[in-house]
Design a binder for this molecule. Structure first.
Ligand code: NDP
Length: 292
């Protein structure tokens, strides 16, 4: 008998997008404008092209304006910076996203730091990172926001939980830790130098794994009844010479012990774009001084 709950990221992402579409309609009727997201893609990376296409389609489906700036791989850093500056100055553009990775001759940090913090829908700008940690209204990175929404879908009040985040990247580990602290969790951040990591994880009521190592987290690391959110996306050899996606958590083993767990695919993955749309609406509100 299955005792754990599978957290359905696809369904929850659809709910987030529905909420966004309602807010977009309200902005049009109450404030007379549509929020808009501009995405900049440099080069021909196949995965990036798919992401940008999906982002554009979902932005339009939510009723927002969407612009794609597709530039050849040889575009200079100065040209990319000039486009970002133009988008910063355009009042119709509420969110700017520069798709990573950028070609090697372009300094990604310089480009990302040129995006105006109030239009930084990825939430990577140091100003937004600072705002997140001091607890000010800000744009929060999308995957961490999505991960916390999924945890709250099974336990709306996370206050007092022992949360262990595995991974300390600027994209996932650190911001998700800041969000959990905001939710009044007791947060431990584990990383590659953590000793006896399985014992650290064993103390967690909530585990967020963002490591990039296929199925690293094993069933005997998990405290019975814990909530497990698997951010990892790893491509590994599958059947008949094909590849398959797995997370950073050994799903079969951990599902036997956890009270709730996200699958890969279909867990955190679908939340990222949904939260990007949410951030675009939030960016528009911040820019126009509209309260929540
Ligand atoms: P990074 O490579 O930037 O960071 C990985 C982190 O894991 C580092 O902090 C590293 O520690 C830590 N780590 C590495 N090895 C170990 C180990 N043996 N034990 C404990 N910790 C370890 O990865 P990201 O944060 O960008 O991504 C993490 C995962 O999430 C990847 O699988 C990625 O594909 C996925 N991802 C999914 C997204 C989604 O939309 N669902 C979005 C973004 C990422 P240290 O700092 O010490 O090196």
């Amino acid at each position: 008998m299955q005792t754990h709950r599978i957290i359905d990221g696809k369904a929850i992402a659809a709910q987030v997008r529905e909420g966004v579409a309602k807010e977009v309609a309200l902005m049009k009727s109450a404030h007379g404008f549509l929020p808009g997201l501009a995405v900049v893609l440099v080069g021909e990376d196949p995965a990036s092209k798919v992401y940008v296409k999906n982002k554009g389609e979902q932005t339009k489906a939510s009723g927002m304006n969407s612009w794609e700036h597709k530039l050849p791989a040889e575009t200079s850093e100065a040209e990319v910076l000039a486009i970002v500056q133009k988008l910063n100055d355009d009042p119709a553009v509420n969110g700017i996203l520069v798709q990573l990775p950028l070609p090697k001759h372009i300094n990604a940090e310089k480009v990302l730091n040129t995006i105006h913090p109030d239009k930084d829908v990825d939430g990577f700008h140091p100003v937004n990172v600072g705002r997140l940690w001091v607890g000010e209204r800000t744009l929060v990175p999308c995957t961490p926001t999505g991960s916390v929404i999924l945890a709250k879908s099974v336990q709306p009040n996370l206050s007092g939980l022992n949360a262990v985040v595995i991974g300390r990247s600027n994209i996932v580990g650190k911001p998700v830790s800041a969000l959990l602290l905001r939710e009044n969790c007791t947060v431990t951040i584990a990383h590659s130098k953590t000793r006896n990591i399985h014992n650290v994880v064993k103390g967690a009521d909530l585990v967020i794994a963002a490591v990039g190592i296929p199925e690293m987290v094993r069933g005997d690391w998990i405290k019975p009844g814990a909530i497990v959110i698997d951010v990892g996306i790893n491509r590994v050899p599958g059947e008949a010479g094909k590849t398959k996606l797995v997370g950073d958590v050994n799903y079969e083993e951990c599902a036997r012990v956890a009270s709730a767990i996200t699958p890969v695919p279909g867990g955190v993955g679908p939340m990222t774009i949904a939260c990007l749309l949410k951030n675009t609406v939030e960016a528009a509100k911040i820019q126009r001084g509209i309260k929540d």
